[in-house]
Write a new protein. Structure first.
Length: 151
């Protein structure tokens, strides 16, 4: 499953137990996953009811997470192109990008970092991947809220 592979990739990128928890909502099914601290780094807990207070929140689509898990897109590319949105304090967002921007890269796709121009062969299409649709999740006053009809 792409979510579990994504969690393993986050854990591999920062195996320290000091990494803060991260919550992810997949927009199509409004499926929440929480990546919590554990032995060896973050571990995925799927089908949670939502983010915990103070969590950094990622909003993305199933196909985006699959592309990252299959090493065809990096977290940095997804955030730079708007395919993944990040909500939290400025410090949380900066720490997440600094730690995880290369997640999804292949061994030949090293050297890309925030602020550098993407190599055209690594740049995703400006169109969302197939299956990525708008969500019932909405941004209000800088906070992410879920439609009460979804879990």
């Amino acid at each position: 499953m792409a979510l579990e592979q994504f969690g393993e990739m986050l854990r591999d990128a920062a195996p320290s137990r000091s990494q803060p928890p991260v919550s992810l909502v997949l927009v199509e099914p409004v499926l929440w996953t929480r990546f919590e601290r554990g032995d060896g780094g973050l571990h995925a807990r799927v089908h949670v009811s939502g983010a915990e207070p103070g969590d950094l929140v990622l909003v993305s689509g199933e196909s985006v997470i699959s592309e990252i898990a299959n090493r065809r897109l990096t977290v940095g590319q997804a955030t730079n192109t708007g395919l993944m949105r990040i909500y939290g304090s400025e410090e949380q967002k900066a720490q997440f990008i600094d730690t995880y921007q290369q997640v999804g890269s292949t061994p030949v796709a090293v050297g890309w970092s925030r602020g550098k121009e993407l190599h055209p062969a690594l740049t995703p299409s400006p169109q969302p991947p197939p299956g990525l649709q708008h969500s019932s999740a909405a941004e209000t006053g800088g906070e992410l809220v879920r439609d009460s009809a979804h879990h």
